[in-house]
Design a protein around this ligand. Structure first.
Ligand SMILES: [Zn+2]
Length: 332
């Protein structure tokens, strides 16, 4: 390396920042619509497109809207959709989660009919479907029954795979659920279906708006008994390692923005596809501040998504996906 100090000179880092063209040329991180997965809430009924009050620009849709959504995603070059279901009725066992005519199973079929190339990802959890709102089943004394829950989660994943899901994504944080799902899929002839595990999912206040959207707030207690505690990051690596050992193909850190350090540690430790979930609270804070005229919405959004990618995410699940893809296309 040339020793500039001996010449009484110094490094001129600014040379490569002089123009938009130069900056683009040397950018270390490039955000693209193909990084994105777009999350959607699907409900029973027809012709429903109901905006979620705490998430402006996001909608609960009925299954018949799938073709329109698939067209949008194709036009924007977004490769994947992640489906959450709002069941007709809820019960203690979360039955609609694993019903072959459940709302998500119907939505999977509709999306695959509309666009066979679209990657349809399904959320595997019970909290949207249980009357108590927990991610697993509850015993008589109010405990979450881990080992019974993972059997039901595996049933849900299997029914989604049967409906045509391309990728199943367990978000419940029960122990051993990836192994249970993997074995269940393999035994039923679905060895080809990959698993994206919510491996390091934190008990976060950033999920608030989602719970309104998915109507999935716990009716008693909270999820701190199974989701991770925000102070911990070494534990996240142990969770990820266990999910990989159990057969996960993609691992995830959730939320994204307040956990970029966890994402970065996971990137350094594991050479597997890494997903980050840019969650509802992160989205809603941007929308609220933008509605007040306090921030430059487009710049803030793209800066956040770029930071998530820079920290190590290969896949970014985001409610901003469509608008970000539009902004990126306009810049290109
Ligand atoms: Zn859940």
């Amino acid at each position: 390396m040339l020793d500039l100090t001996t010449r009484g000179d110094f490094a001129r880092h600014r040379r490569l920042r002089r123009s938009e063209g130069l900056r683009r040329l040397v950018a270390e991180t490039r955000l693209s619509p193909s990084d994105f997965v777009y999350p959607l809430f699907v409900t029973h009924g027809t012709n429903i497109r109901k905006e979620i009050p705490s998430m402006p620009g996001q909608y609960r849709i009925s299954v018949d809207q799938a073709a329109r959504e698939a067209d949008d995603l194709r036009a924007l070059a977004i490769p994947a959709v992640l489906l959450f279901g709002l069941p007709a009725s809820k019960d203690a066992q979360g039955s609609e989660a694993y019903a072959d005519d459940g709302v998500v199973q119907e939505a999977v079929r509709a999306f695959k009919r509309a666009d066979p190339q679209l990657v349809v990802v399904t959320d595997v959890c019970l909290c949207e479907y249980t009357d108590h709102g927990h991610c697993g089943v509850v015993t008589g004394d109010g405990e979450i029954d881990n080992d019974h829950s993972i059997e039901l989660l595996a049933k849900a994943a299997l029914s989604q795979a049967r409906a045509g899901a391309d990728l199943v994504a367990p978000s419940d944080m029960m122990d051993g659920r990836v192994l249970e799902i993997r074995e269940t899929l393999d035994d039923a002839g679905y060895a080809q279906i990959p698993i994206m595990a919510y491996s390091a999912k934190y008990a976060s206040a950033f999920y608030g708006p989602f719970r309104e959207a998915a109507d999935s707030a716990p009716q008693f207690g909270d999820r701190r008994g199974y989701q991770m505690d925000p102070p911990n990051s070494r534990e996240a690596l142990a969770e990820i390692e266990d999910d990989l050992d159990e057969g996960a193909d993609i691992v995830m850190v959730k939320p994204a923005l307040a956990y970029l350090d966890v994402l970065s540690r996971a990137r350094d430790a594991f050479d597997v596809p890494l997903a980050a979930y840019n969650v509802s609270g992160e989205y809603s804070m941007v929308k609220a501040a933008a509605a007040n005229g306090w921030i430059d919405e487009q710049r803030i959004t793209l800066e956040i998504l770029t930071a998530i990618k820079r920290a190590g995410a290969d896949i970014i699940i985001s409610y901003h996906a469509k608008e970000a893809a539009r902004w990126l296309a306009a810049r290109a």
